[in-house]
Write a protein that binds this ligand. Structure first.
Ligand SMILES: Cc1cc2nc3c(=O)[nH]c(=O)nc-3n(C[C@H](O)[C@H](O)[C@H](O)COP(=O)(O)O)c2cc1C
Length: 269
């Protein structure tokens, strides 16, 4: 394949926008992607590289309008109901365990590794899917809001042990003009040979660069305030934490401590 020029590649990635409003039919129902577009974005997802050849992920394609509506409510992201296509991107070590069992082997105990590589594989597949969709002229949105309704999503999508939703992903033709959103300056993100702690000035400059990402209407942006709402003490992530821990336990992916039964069998009792 003819290599693209650096300008082409830059222009492609500069055209990336997260969008949350999509073109629908006249009744507000989703306009599904043409079959060959859907097929090729799923092909792209499966062409992602994968740890140890295992492909430790699964995509749940949300097609039933009722399921879409429920996932939209559980994630508090309404566009899941109206996007052309919607997926829940999951880490999945169950299929690998089944291959092992099917060949007479006993799956090992590696819940931390499962989360590490399972989420990695899921993200790589989802990123390929979104990038392919963008190559076709669509835009999309990742939805970490799955953590707002994890237990309900596990039930609704009947996710078995070993399968953990990472995020949802919507794709469609944009019905909004989303802004170009800034990124942290490269010297704070790309380190040479060893990690370099940025200076206080660099952190404060980066915050100024990022402020527009938090602007709403006439209100000037305050990125640190936005980060605070998510990550500061009392913020949204602290609220999500116990639910994620509960889901990891429920799905057999909690590495904090071994289940009692296993301790007992290991100690030979
Ligand atoms: C893992 C992940 C989770 C996200 N979760 C949400 C979400 O729940 N709701 C939402 O509206 N946007 C969500 N986003 C989109 C981000 O807000 C968006 O990517 C970011 O603001 C940068 O904007 P840009 O993609 O347009 O450059 C998520 C993005 C990622 C990568």
């Amino acid at each position: 394949m003819t290599p693209r020029t650096p300008e082409d590649v830059r222009a492609f990635y500069d055209a990336h926008r997260t969008v949350r409003q999509y073109r629908t039919d006249e009744h507000g129902e989703p306009l599904p992607l043409p079959a060959e577009h859907l097929d090729v974005i799923l092909h792209a997802a499966q062409r992602a590289p994968t740890d140890a050849t295992a492909q430790l992920y699964s995509l749940i394609h949300l097609r039933d309008p009722l399921v879409r509506a429920q996932v939209a409510a559980l994630t508090t992201n309404a566009h899941i109901a109206t996007a052309s296509e919607a997926f829940v991107v999951c880490a999945d070590v169950r299929r690998t365990a089944r291959v092992l069992e099917g060949s007479g082997r006993t799956p090992g105990h590696w819940p931390a590794v499962a989360v590490h590589f399972g989420i990695g594989d899921a993200v790589m597949a989802g990123t390929n899917l979104l990038t392919a969709a963008e190559m076709l002229g669509y835009l999309g949105c990742w939805i970490g809001g799955v953590l707002n309704g994890l237990d309900g999503i596990l039930d609704l999508l009947r996710l078995p042990p070993g399968v953990l939703p990472f995020a949802a992903l919507t794709i469609g033709t944009p019905a909004e003009a989303a802004p170009y959103r800034p990124r942290v300056p490269r010297p704070l993100v790309v380190h040479t040979d060893a990690y370099r702690e940025g200076s206080d000035e660099e952190i404060s400059e980066a915050t100024a660069v990022m402020n527009p990402i938090a602007a709403r209407g006439d209100q000037p942006g305050d990125w640190a305030r936005l980060l605070g709402a998510y990550f500061a003490a009392g913020g949204g992530m602290e609220k999500r934490e116990p639910h994620l821990v509960a889901a990891l336990r429920r799905q057999g992916l909690w590495a904090g401590e071994r289940p009692l039964a296993q301790e007992v069998s290991r100690s030979g009792l």
